[in-house]
Design a protein around this ligand. Structure first.
Ligand code: ZN
Length: 500
């Protein structure tokens, strides 16, 4: 057995730390002495536990494991070992414009992307955004991401999206969409079928496929044709549902009446729906992808977990887009737990009551960020928990240089409220170490940076300086400061006193 060296000793080159640690491909790996959040059915937590990975699978979990000769060892003392996190809805292409829309509302986002500039994105721009986003995901311990890819104006764009996803060693699902056409149009194109046949083979659990489109609720229900294509392809549908001003109960009713609500359907946001629509989602076995930072900032509706749990609707978490906010699931868990409790208090206060015991626990949001995502995507037999036989998608949260990593008393609470993406020490996807000692392994960030720079240069040129600036800095509405009946005047050297 070879003991892993500390990151400081591991050298400056990406991958150098891996070799120094003996973490060469094909060798079994054992994490030693971790607080292990298994996220299995019983949510077993092991203190001082080991996890053994052989090939692409987890093969044993327990204290003081006997391991095969030649197993490489990672000292996880003081750290938390958990399943790789799962983001069920992210517009990865928009990462090329990271942070640009920090001050947007949903209306400004729609105008910029859907009406004005989204169509400017070329295949290489989709590629650049996806590449950076995919790298960012594995760096943050997000081992599975749904690329809600609604900028695919042509199949050249789609090929570019998949090219990027295939270059990064994470688990991805391309959710194909195109906001520049109706789904009944793009899904009927022969080249779309050809693309699906070319790029997606059955049995590849590193790259999955879904169809992504919205149902605004037009009674003609032209989306029927796209649902039929999805059914024909065996592809789950993911749809922004319950988005104030865009989609609502009419869309849900059309889907329900026409038999297109299935257990594999993912309802993104699901924030402004009637009780009747929530009942229909629950009865048909679908799940909601909650993007709390998005709902809080953009205005789709209040983050709905407080209502979803009343209806027994399964929840997964997502970050939506880093054109506005962050893209790691630590932020998603924190925001979601805070929003749910905030609403619980507010509702109680409106009844002149006090909440003395929180209903939603940190443990539950860690479940939503891991197992909940796996269930939503039909990947529960492969990933989402640390159990022998499952694929080895594993995250070690450990940071010996951080004053925030001890004491480690409540591990779920620690993940949700204390840790952050900078504390992600090691990430394993499908048995392969993709991050070690806080550094990405064999990842050419320079190439991603270059691709992004070219896209930003190009888009700046397309928009021109004025539109670029206006897009980033929308007008601030006039705010009125209330008249104050009190005045306070400094009367003399002795200090302030009421005005005479
Ligand atoms: Zn979205």
């Amino acid at each position: 057995m070879t003991a892993a060296s500390s990151p400081d000793q591991a050298g400056g080159q990406p991958g150098a730390g891996l070799a120094a640690a003996g973490l060469t491909p094909g060798r079994p790996i054992v994490f030693r002495n971790a607080t292990v959040l298994t996220m299995d059915d019983a949510h077993h937590v092991l203190h001082g536990g080991d996890v053994l990975i052989t090939g692409d699978r987890i093969t044993a979990i327990g204290p003081g494991l006997q391991v095969p000769e030649g197993t490489a060892e990672i000292d996880a003392t003081g750290g938390i070992l958990m399943p790789g996190m799962i983001d069920t809805h992210r517009h990865m292409w928009q990462t090329a414009m990271r942070g640009y829309g920090a001050d947007w509302t949903l209306t400004q986002y729609f105008v910029w992307n859907y009406l004005q500039w989204g169509k400017s994105f070329r295949p290489q721009d989709i590629y650049a955004g996806n590449l950076l986003s995919a790298i960012e995901a594995i760096d943050a311990g997000v081992t599975t991401t749904v690329d809600w890819s609604h900028g695919l104006q042509t199949t050249d764009h789609a090929d570019a999206a998949v090219d990027a996803l295939e270059e990064v060693p994470g688990r991805f699902i391309l959710a194909y969409g195109n906001i520049q056409q109706g789904p009944w149009e793009w899904s009927a194109a022969p080249e779309f079928r050809d693309f699906v046949n070319r790029r997606f083979s059955s049995g590849n659990d590193m790259l999955g496929f879904q169809m992504a489109f919205d149902i605004p609720g037009n009674p003609e229900f032209l989306e029927r044709a796209a649902f039929e294509v999805a059914r024909d392809l065996g592809a789950p549908v993911t749809t922004h549902a319950g988005v104030r001003g865009a989609t609502g109960d009419d869309g849900i009713r059309l889907m329900y009446d026409n038999g297109f609500m299935t257990p594999s359907t993912v309802y993104v946001h699901a924030a402004t729906l009637s009780a009747d629509s929530y009942h229909r989602i629950a009865a048909t076995g679908g799940s909601a992808s909650v993007s709390t930072e998005s709902e809080q900032n953009a205005g789709q509706g209040y983050p709905p977990t407080w209502r979803l749990r009343e209806h027994g609707i399964p929840v997964s978490l997502s970050m939506d887009t880093s054109v506005w906010w962050s893209a790691d699931l630590f932020s998603a868990m924190r925001a979601t737990l805070s929003a749910d409790r905030s609403r619980e208090h507010l509702e109680a206060h409106n009844r002149d009551e006090t909440v003395t015991h929180h209903y939603l626990r940190a443990e539950q949001v860690v479940d939503w960020a891991t197992r909940g995502g796996a269930k939503a995507l039909g990947l529960d037999s492969l990933t989402g928990s640390l159990e022998p036989g499952k694929k080895a998608d594993v995250v070690l949260i450990k940071n010996d240089a951080s004053p925030v990593m001890f004491p480690l008393l409540h591990p779920y609470g620690h993940v949700v409220f204390q840790a952050g993406r900078g504390d992600v020490h090691t990430v394993v996807v499908n048995g392969r170490v993709v991050k070690y000692g806080h550094r990405l392994v064999d990842t050419d960030l320079g190439r991603a940076r270059q691709a992004i720079e070219q896209t930003v240069d190009y888009l700046q040129g397309e928009l021109g300086p004025e539109a670029w600036n206006e897009g980033m800095h929308p007008d601030i509405p006039e705010a009125r400061v209330l008249d104050n009946p009190y005045t306070y005047t400094y009367t003399d050297a002795e200090g302030p006193g009421p005005a005479s």
